[in-house]
Design a protein around this ligand. Structure first.
Ligand code: ZN
Length: 453
């Protein structure tokens, strides 16, 4: 990377040397000499460096770590910091900073004083106290990005909101599943939040309880938020691909003209479909999140017309799609059950629930919790028995043909292609780089395992 930066800097210098003297060929050679020096100078200019680092993205950006300078620090002030803990009020914080009740009153009775009424743990204050012991400046730091500065002017406080704009950079991770998506995500140095988002993006296509196999793989491009060269948060997944049992699904995030963001296939079909593949919170099935197979919980029952998801008692059960609850109750065989009608054609049934969370006649949204996993009725252990009916006939929910996804509107398609093509190309190219690197390391026993960056 440093070599590449040097290369860019050299190229930049070369360009400057070429452009400037040519423009002044008529001038005396002495002037040219001066210009040469001037021309070389802007390379060390901060602006030029910024341009170069922007092109090079992540590692360089991370390398330019500047000491985070507090806002408007006056050297004559003595600074005291206090963090808001649970149960803290403005009075307790002021008193810890050796300030009086009168100081509290003066700040809170100022124009924006009421904004200090609701404090939350994690927020903090910086008290700037002058030589006569007065609170001259107060920084109310709500987050890494948002703070409010109170300034003492003529015995009263005025305030100003400071919002910092983070730099957003794209990062790439990929992994191959050996035991579970969760573990391979961790090996790929992927934050938990993104592992969950990844599974949620593909939750309509892939049953993460039953369908995941060893050798399945994923690749994602996601946002990282930087402030002063330091990464402080992860943003959204921008594009992702998941290869399940040899079939690759691609998804890309797109914000439409109305401002709503969603994931689509590269062709512009919504990833969101009428029915979820697995109607329960897969992240609660810790070890089963991997290669758990069907097991004969129901062997005592003659006709078994659904799918069983073994899961810990209390695991949230979702409605597989938008619909209306047509029945809830208890029977000796089914235990606690909930039936949901989806339009005219489909009915889904959820049996052996520990708790029911909906009432008959209630409208439910897809992924709304309708109950929790239990072992009520004929069940040897906690599991969800899930049935899927099409026009009153039981169908295998894992293989039944489901309604098609909605495409992006025709008027948006051009904008969609324009916005998403570069991202999908970047996702594909990042993968190629890693694959080449893996080929080079083919002798290593770790080759082919999860790779970070
Ligand atoms: Zn069953």
């Amino acid at each position: 990377m440093i070599a590449s930066l040097m290369q860019k800097a050299t190229r930049f210098l070369y360009l400057m040397l070429n452009v400037f003297p040519r423009r002044h060929l008529i001038a005396a050679s002495v002037v040219s000499c001066c210009l040469l020096i001037l021309a070389a100078y802007p390379v060390s200019d901060a602006k030029a460096n910024k341009q170069i680092s922007e092109q090079l993205a992540i590692p360089i950006q991370a390398a330019i770590i500047e000491t985070p300078a507090p806002i408007n620090i006056e050297p004559s002030l003595r600074w005291v910091e206090q963090s808001v803990g649970s149960g803290d009020s403005l009075s307790t914080l002021f008193s810890r900073a050796k300030l009086s009740a009168l100081d509290v009153y003066k700040v809170t009775s100022s124009k924006d004083g009421k904004l200090l009424r609701d404090l939350f743990p994690g927020e903090s204050f910086r008290f700037g106290i002058n030589q006569s012991g007065e609170l001259e400046e107060l920084h109310y730091i709500q987050s890494r990005l948002v703070s409010r500065i109170y300034n003492l002017e003529d015995d009263s406080y005025s305030s100003e909101l400071k919002e910092l704009e983070p730099d957003t950079l794209l990062s790439y991770r990929e992994g191959i599943i050996n035991d579970s998506l969760y573990l391979s995500g961790q090996q790929a140095n992927l934050p938990d939040k993104l592992i969950m988002e990844l599974a949620n993006i593909f939750a309509w296509d892939i049953d993460f309880v039953f369908d995941i196999r060893q050798g399945d793989s994923f690749a994602i491009l996601f946002e990282e938020k930087y402030l002063d060269g330091e990464m402080f948060a992860v943003g959204d997944i921008i594009a992702a691909s998941f290869t399940n049992r040899g079939r690759t699904y691609d998804a890309v995030r797109y914000t439409d003209s109305s401002g709503s963001s969603s994931y689509y296939t590269p062709e512009g079909l919504s990833m969101r479909k009428a029915f979820l593949r697995a109607p329960l919170d897969i992240f609660r099935i810790s070890s089963g999140f991997n290669l758990r197979r069907k097991h004969p919980i129901h062997k005592m029952i003659k006709a078994h017309r659904g799918v069983d998801y073994a899961a810990p008692r209390g695991t949230p059960v979702f409605s597989a799609g938008d619909g209306k609850v047509t029945a809830t109750g208890y029977s000796k065989a089914n235990g606690n059950y909930v039936f949901v009608q989806h339009g005219q054609t489909y009915v889904t049934k959820y049996l052996h629930l520990n708790k029911k969370k909906v009432r008959r006649g209630q409208t439910v949204k897809q992924r709304q919790v309708i109950g929790t996993v239990g072992s009520t009725g004929y069940a040897t252990g906690p599991h969800l028995h899930y049935e899927f009916l099409v026009n009153g006939v039981h169908r295998n929910p894992r293989t039944v043909k489901l309604p098609q996804a909605n495409p992006i509107s025709a008027t948006e398609l051009a904008a969609f292609k324009l916005a998403t093509t570069p991202v999908l190309t970047q996702l594909a190219q990042s993968g190629t780089t890693i694959e080449l690197a893996q080929l080079e390391q083919a002798s290593s026993p770790q080759a082919g395992a999860a790779n970070a960056n």
